[in-house]
Design a protein. Structure first.
Lengths: 250, 300, 300, 250
């Protein structure tokens, strides 16, 4: 376990905060860490900044993530990792598709040739829009309060994807799945970063598996080829107990 | 080319390597993938009569190449597990259903379900060291063990394996109590824990967990050797196997087959194929024609 | 500068690090040298009433940074040991005499001799896992343990430490039986063995031995934590300590002092000074003024 | 454990045989290995050849060493190691003093500038004399059957030791001790390789200790400074049980 001290915090939106800290560790874009708050629990978190100053962008859902967004400079937390494979970053023009806080883990691969679709339920939940020039940014909201009114996969219908060397997607599985269905037949090069229940983070507990692949170890980033015929991606997941439930998205 | 096939309780295995219970065996697709990667059989995660979340995270601590875990027997409950067995069985290889309960009736009803789902054998988890009322608490009481094993054996057609704990004063007493089982599985994890000195706190939510991986291999070898020497029964060896040398060491100590768990963390699923090919070379070099030629050869 | 001194059963130690029994403590000059290298005290090799050669070589197997040993309680016999204590005492630090026997009378006569030779305390080896009739065979019988501890306590003026085994189903039963002891020492080695697959043979002449070193640290931490939490008694922690973090982990689990054995193989005698200076820095950084501030802080 | 196959054997004298073998392992002159014959036992042995072809020169004393000299090409034994520190080899003129089979572990440091005193009880037990030109060789036997009649330390009285950059000594402790006493006051640079009962070979069992030093780990080679005030060297040793016995040499 590494003990980390919060150096600085930045509020990105309601219930979303980036914690900045120093950690002398090489990390690839797309990798994640397991964050432990003693007495509270441990959860997986991607890194939104991977330079010498590192950052984690947390959206509060439950007990642990809520406690994380309450951390102040000087407060401490513990991490193990980094884990997972990370993105295969290619030079050339890229498109990032980030749903909700999903854009956070895509940030480290953004450069001057990168376009981004950032989507959220509503305008207030859009984060990191300021990291992209207007000319390279597409916004989408479920309620139409900002940008395109609808989901990212619908927006894709209107875009010329042939200009992109590679497309990188991160967000809720529903969104990833629908984007995958759109891209599948358009012969594009795409990578998806998945989120599943993660207990161990190191490829042994089976809680994060999707069609035989461990998201924590063989992922969290998968190529479109690995996912398009996957029997569970977008279809089933297992709960914390290991019970198979349908995602009902077909 | 040596013949790597072996058999345990009459079940034929194309090689001596099985997946150990609790590691990548909760989801049918994962078990399928592990068998595609070379495992001759899989043992499922231990399943109980009721759905259980197990402990909340942290449930695992890395200790070098070894691990300390307190997953807490999380499982979907036997009634939700048929589908996973069905998927795993698509590999066309043996699937062994691991079960845990607190008494003979509980074990028997689980065993019957596993049999109904198509499992090739049932493995009784008499040895999980970190959940109150189950596992070790059951498995360290010889009378209870005898009761469970005799009862389930009288009801099931498929073979029954008894997985025993290293956390006892005298394993031979327990082995004797379980002598009606078709084979012993040795060993489960060794009770252990980790404190983070900077957090000034135990790391596992459950405080206590089970140590697995290379740290416990010499302990596992000793139990397999001792139990084989004293009982002569068939044994499946498990605990810290991470190389072909480790697997052969267990076999020479008396195991007819072995299980691999923690090494999937350090070596990934490719470990099965790697060990198979290296074991083959070893056997050819050393003049062993078949696995049974090596079983127990080191026993004095 | 933190204050590293501690005390155990009223014996003041300049720092919490002692030499464990059986490692570099058969010859008085060696014990002297270990104390010159920073150990606050030494525990002698376990001494019996009669001279014993122990097992013939091989008596040790290297297992990574860990070891498996079956020395077999070799010792010159208590009557030949006075000179070694006399030499060791020249360091001006506490010398603890470790003793083994099979019954209360045997332990008591050894304890009286150690007291006569000037030892500051006696440590009862109730836990060696590889010699028939001694150690573990004695130490896993609660009635016998109670008898031994009560008898020797009634005869000796110097403190008595009871060194317990991890090779038991329930350490609390044994700890309770030994509750008259002034402190517990936890843990002895874990029964284990090694087979060389090319020799097709166990390596140790005795076949079975005891596992020590980093492999058993998580087991030792668990025993110290559990026994401290349940009994509150003073504990000396031992098992796999090879760094200041390990020593602090034992202290936070409840140990008032620790012993180091196997790490002398990997780190040499310099380990004492290294740990002392690093523990000092750690305590300053973390705001711990004295060892007692850390004892058991991780217990929940 | 390393399994070793005997490639070739050479009889050096009655009951003394060198076993040659291949072992891909770097070894310093003066280091030793623990040799295991399964079912028989394990004993320490120095290497008399340390190049790509390695060699052990064994003198039969008891069970294990007797079995070793009976090994034939193709036979196997097991070793662990190498252990110990080895000699600090210096360039320039050297003198080797080897008593009995002690000369074996000094062989690897012999070069064209090296003189040697080889001593033995009697003429038949002299080994490796052929490895030194006559002009560089001094023989000594207890019974006078070859060379100087007497012990090496007596021979030293007649030699000009100031010509040697360093003196290397190996043999029975009696001999080492007496040589040390002679050299102590003559301000020479000398190293001694010791033999003591060795059970572990790795510095933990205390069976090989001499005045607080572990021969297996801090030795087997010690400088004259480490030995001259040592309270046990030449005075006491401990038996296999750990019992202190006097060497009665003062
Ligand atoms: C590889 C990976 C990387 C991740 N990176 C980030 C990141 O950078 N930033 C971030 O904020 N989160 C990230 N997450 C998600 C994060 O781990 C979860 O939000 C967290 O586990 C919630 O824990 P908790 O204890 O706060 O909530 P819990 O108390 O466990 O859950 C509270 C409620 O929220 C629901 N819930 C929990 N997580 C999610 C979710 N992800 N989506 C929808 N509902 C959820 C639960 O079902 C439950 O009902 C990542 C997850 C993975 C697998
Ligand atoms: C660092 C080191 C390097 C060594 N290198 C060599 C080497 O290169 N070649 C070699 O032949 N030997 C060497 N020895 C000595 C060798 O280890 C012993 O001779 C051996 O242990 C004897 O074992 P055994 O089982 O054959 O005899 P045992 O059965 O143990 O002993 C038989 C009898 O011989 C006596 N004895 C045993 N060893 C010696 C001894 N060294 N001197 C006098 N009496 C003895 C015993 O006391 C006993 O009475 C070395 C020893 C050490 C410590
Ligand atoms: C994360 C984890 C979960 C485990 N769960 C179970 C389980 O549910 N049932 C069981 O019988 N053994 C369980 N075990 C024990 C293993 O099956 C095996 O006996 C032990 O880990 C030793 O083997 P290894 O060193 O190869 O992992 C688990 C082990 C680990 C590491
Ligand atoms: C070679 C060796 C010999 C030992 N001899 C004894 C002994 O005589 N008496 C005893 O109580 N413990 C003995 N032990 C156990 C140690 O004192 C200690 O409890 C154990 O090794 C765990 O600590 P470590 O990991 O720091 O070595 C011995 C251990 C080793 C490795
Ligand atoms: S989180 Fe355990 S296998 Fe992925
Ligand atoms: S042989 Fe054991 S300390 Fe030297």
């Amino acid at each position: 376990m590494n003990r980390i001290t919060v150096e600085r915090v930045k509020d990105e939106a309601k219930n979303v905060r980036t914690l900045f800290f120093r950690w002398d560790q090489k990390i690839s874009a797309g990798q994640f860490v397991m964050v432990w708050l003693p007495g509270l629990g441990e959860i997986p978190m991607s890194l939104s900044y991977i330079g010498s100053l590192k950052g984690i962008t947390v959206k509060a859902y439950g007990k642990v993530s809520q406690a994380m967004i309450e951390l102040q400079p000087g407060n401490e937390f513990f991490i193990r990792g980094p884990y997972g494979n990370g993105f295969q970053v290619e030079s050339g023009r890229k498109l990032l598709i980030g749903g909700g806080s999903g854009i956070a883990s895509l940030l480290p691969i953004a450069d001057s040739e990168t376009d981004a679709i950032i989507s959220a339920k509503t305008r207030d939940e859009i984060i990191f829009a300021d990291r992209f020039p207007d000319s390279r940014l597409f916004l989408a909201t479920d309620d139409g309060s900002a940008g395109f009114h609808g989901f990212p996969h619908d927006l894709l219908d209107r875009m010329d994807l042939s200009v992109y060397r590679k497309i990188y997607v991160c967000g809720p599985e529903q969104m990833l799945y629908r984007v995958m269905l759109k891209l599948r037949d358009r012969h594009v090069n795409a990578e998806f970063s998945l989120e599943r229940t993660m207990k161990c983070g190191i490829g042994i507990c089976d809680s994060c598996s999707v069609g035989g692949l461990q998201v924590c170890k063989q992922g969290p980033v998968f190529s479109i080829e690995q996912l398009k015929d996957n029997p569970e991606f977008g279809i089933y997941r297992t709960t914390y107990s290991g019970k198979r439930i349908s995602l009902n998205m077909k | 080319m040596a013949d790597l096939s072996t058999s345990i309780a009459g079940i034929r295995l194309e090689n001596p390597l099985m997946l150990a219970s609790g590691i990548l065996d909760e989801n049918g697709y994962t078990m399928l993938d592990v068998m595609k990667n070379g495992a001759a059989a899989v043992v499922t995660k231990s399943i109980g009569n009721e759905e259980r979340d197990g402990y909340s995270s942290p449930i695992i601590v890395e200790y070098g190449d070894s691990l300390i875990n307190a997953v807490g027997l999380s499982n979907p409950g036997i009634d939700n597990f048929a589908e996973e067995i069905r998927i795993a069985k698509q590999a066309g290889k043996p699937v062994i259903g691991s079960v845990f309960a607190s008494d003979a009736d509980g074990f028997t009803s689980l065993g019957l379900k596993m049999q109904e789902y198509g499992c090739d054998a049932v493995e009784l988890n008499l040895s999980c060291p970190h959940v109150k009322g189950f596992g070790l608490e059951v498995g360290s009481d010889p009378d209870l063990v005898e009761d469970i094993v005799n009862e389930i054996k009288s009801k099931l057609k498929i073979p029954v394996f008894a997985k025993l704990s290293p956390n006892v004063s005298n394993i031979l007493d327990i082995a004797k109590a379980a002598e009606k089982a078709d084979a012993y599985v040795l060993i489960n994890t060794v009770k252990a824990m980790k404190i983070d000195i900077r957090a000034r706190s135990p790391v596992l939510t459950n405080v206590y967990g089970g140590l697995s991986g290379p740290a416990i291999k010499p302990v596992g070898i000793r139990y397999v050797y001792e139990v084989k020497k004293e009982t002569g029964k068939e044994i499946i060896g498990v605990g810290g196997i991470a190389s072909f040398e480790d697997a052969v060491e267990y076999i020479m100590a008396g195991a007819s087959a072995v299980q691999i768990g923690t090494a999937l963390y350090t070596k990934g699923k490719g470990i099965f194929r790697d060990i198979i090919s290296q074991m083959n070379t070893f056997m050819d070099d050393e003049g062993f024609g078949r696995i049974s030629d090596m079983v127990g050869v080191a026993i004095r």
